[in-house]
Design a protein. Structure first.
Lengths: 168, 435
């Protein structure tokens, strides 16, 4: 089965095979289907890297919600990507506690070494996207950076080039 | 202990005793260190007895508001007509706060044990632990620990043979500071946008899925295990003379100190001792300029206010601020306070859920005015405008995010007027503000 959506592309269903099983395992944990929305969106993002219009429709369908409702929720939360991002997604904390410890210099170093140029843009080789985020809850380890699912503490501009080598 | 630094003699490690010790992370490791004794004891007591023990300890909520935990638990209906729920707040996104993360990453069973005790005390069978999406590593640790706790009999249909059912569901957030607010968190668990709800009804009456619900912070619940194990009277004895603030508290200290980290001290310890003795004070050649003591949502303190401030709920209020979450942001004389206050205002503007006009407009407008002042285009009247705006943002909205934005702005203008004057009089070079 594939669902056609607004942009005319075909959407390959996410909730098949093991991902379907993961979704099914969530239902007994909540008294309503709607409550499975956030974990279901995480499953989509883990499988596809972002949440496309087609995936959004599929989630709505399996949970018995309207696509407009799902879109309203997806856009509320900053960690769900509604556009494709680079292969590695880099989030640098620049809120005050990290800011006073030099976080903006760390951000600049990431922009420089990845070739992204500006915040939110993807590098020409498709490898990286860099964004600034608000407090990551690790302020004593300035500057913390979240690269995909890896939480890196104590990042300084000097460490950036070395850290990036681990992400091809 | 002052993780990641060695313990200091001024500390009193209870919750943080095993930080840095990976052996404490497993079920067996936790049991070996005396873990789950508190839960076993609680299961042999009635709901009321557990609540009384926690009341006797004087424990107050560590999430920010300092509400007495035993009293909060006693608000839950005695008869379980609809299901009762416990929600554990592991959203930890208040700038300056990073203590709950440490509890989860080193001692996940300490939290699970506390959660199970809380569930028993309020008549709940199910606990939702809401962990912020960015805590990827802690999320994995917690899931593994929950698995182990089921296998070890600390969770499930018959917890430690008591006949009591207690289940834990770990629910992952997805990036929204406001979901740390209790009613926003409930909406988020229900699969909705994280908008705070109008109160009343209070969660104990109608919380998750309109059922009676209690919500507690990670550190609060972790403390419950120790209180049950060693007794409420023992916990209450941990204080330095003020019986309204008892027990130990984890302080996350960050910013310009030599040894940032999590320090656990007895309530009533001096702030100066924490900043200078334990954290090593400022870097060489630097002096203290300001401290935001309770996470970024509270008024800024001057060095004079820090001087003889005692670290407990009343002590910090007496010095013009609040203990909040215990996230201390220390700033030395290299700090541009106007810039940092702008960054904080921008944080709140970014995180406002936009339901209330005063908050949605106020946080954005405050940020723009501060940016304008930084850019060298400020006028004296702008400060009055900021104060006026702050007045309109305080005490008038569904939740206190709006007040939280106003607090640092107002206190900075009142206590550090020279910082603003320097930009307004063009004495100081304008700053390029990147958004
Ligand atoms: C905007 C906002 C954000 C909050 N964020 C958190 C948070 O990240 N963690 C937390 O424990 N409490 C947070 N709180 C406080 C909670 O609403 C709630 O009071 C707390 O979890 C209750 O637990 P306690 O009684 O154990 O402190 C926040 C409150 C507000 C208004
Ligand atoms: S005060 Fe702000 S964050 Fe709180 S409910 Fe109103 S708009 Fe939302
Ligand atoms: S301010 Fe950077 S992690 Fe908290």
């Amino acid at each position: 089965m594939s669902t056609a959506h607004a942009a005319g592309e075909t959407h390959q269903p996410v909730f098949v095979g093991p991902t379907r099983a993961q979704l099914e395992a969530l239902f007994p944990k909540y008294p309503t289907k709607q409550s499975v929305l956030l974990p279901a969106l995480w499953l989509v993002q883990e499988a596809r890297g972002w949440i496309s219009e087609g995936a959004l429709h599929e989630v709505a369908e399996v949970l018995g919600l309207t696509p407009a409702y799902v879109k309203g929720v997806v856009t509320f939360y900053t960690m769900y990507h509604t556009h494709p991002v680079g292969r590695h997604f880099i989030q640098v904390c620049t809120t005050s506690p990290c800011n006073i410890c030099g976080a903006e210099e760390v951000t600049k170093a990431f922009l420089r070494h990845t070739g992204c140029g500006e915040l939110g843009a993807t590098s020409p080789d498709g490898r990286f996207t860099v964004i600034e985020v608000e407090c990551l809850g690790a302020c004593g380890f300035a500057t913390p950076v979240l690269i995909d699912d890896d939480f890196v503490e104590g990042v300084t501009p000097e460490r950036v080039a070395g850290i990036l080598q681990g992400y091809k | 202990m002052g993780y990641p630094h060695p313990s200091h003699a001024g500390e009193h490690p209870v919750l943080s005793k095993h930080f840095g010790d990976a052996g404490a992370r497993t079920f067996d490791g936790w049991v070996k260190r005396g873990g789950y004794e508190g839960l076993k004891k609680a299961l042999g007591m009635t709901r009321d007895q557990v609540v009384e023990e926690v009341k006797a300890s004087g424990l107050r909520g560590r999430g920010g508001a300092g509400f007495p935990t035993g009293m909060k638990w006693s608000f839950m209906p005695k008869e379980v007509v609809k299901p009762h729920y416990l929600v554990c707040n592991a959203d930890e996104s208040e700038p300056g706060t990073f203590k709950d993360r440490e509890i989860i990453r080193w001692t996940p069973h300490q939290l699970i044990e506390g959660c199970a005790i809380g569930a028993h005390a309020i008549g709940a069978e199910r606990i939702y632990i809401y962990i912020r999406g960015e805590f990827t590593h802690e999320h994995r640790i917690l899931l593994a620990a929950v698995d182990e706790a089921y296998k070890g009999g600390a969770l499930g249909a018959n917890v430690f043979g008591s006949g009591r059912r207690i289940d834990v569901v770990v629910h992952r957030g997805a990036g929204a500071y406001i979901c740390g607010e209790e009613t926003a968190m409930m909406n988020s668990i229900e699969g909705k946008r994280g908008n705070p709800r109008i109160k009343p009804p209070f969660p104990a009456v109608a919380g998750l899925w309109a059922c009676p619900t209690t919500i507690n912070n990670v550190e609060t619940l972790a403390a419950a295990g120790h209180i049950l194990r060693q007794g409420g009277a023992w916990y209450k004895g941990l204080c330095r003379g003020n019986p309204k603030s008892t027990g130990t508290k984890l302080f996350s200290v960050c910013g310009h100190v030599q040894r940032p980290g999590n320090y656990e001290v007895v309530m009533g310890t001096s702030m100066k001792e924490l900043i200078y003795d334990m954290c090593g004070g400022m870097r060489p050649g630097r002096t203290l300029k300001a401290v935001i003591p309770g996470g970024s949502s509270v008024p800024i303190m001057t060095p004079a206010e820090v001087e003889d401030c005692l670290l407990d709920y009343e002590g910090v209020v007496a010095k013009g601020s609040m203990l909040g979450s215990g996230g201390m942001i220390v700033m030395d004389d290299s700090t541009d306070l106007v810039y940092q206050v702008m960054r904080l205002a921008r944080f709140y503007a970014h995180e406002s859920c936009a339901q209330c006009t005063q908050c949605r407009e106020g946080t954005a407008w405050t940020t723009r005015i501060l940016e304008k002042i930084l850019a060298g285009k400020g006028r004296r009247e702008d400060l009055d405008l900021l104060l006026d705006l702050a007045d309109n943002m305080t005490g008038k909205t569904i939740c206190v995010l709006s007040d939280s934005c106003a607090a640092p702005v107002v206190s900075a203008i009142r206590k550090f007027p020279a910082e603003f004057d320097a930009y307004i009089s063009r004495e100081k070079q304008p700053v390029m503000v990147t958004a």
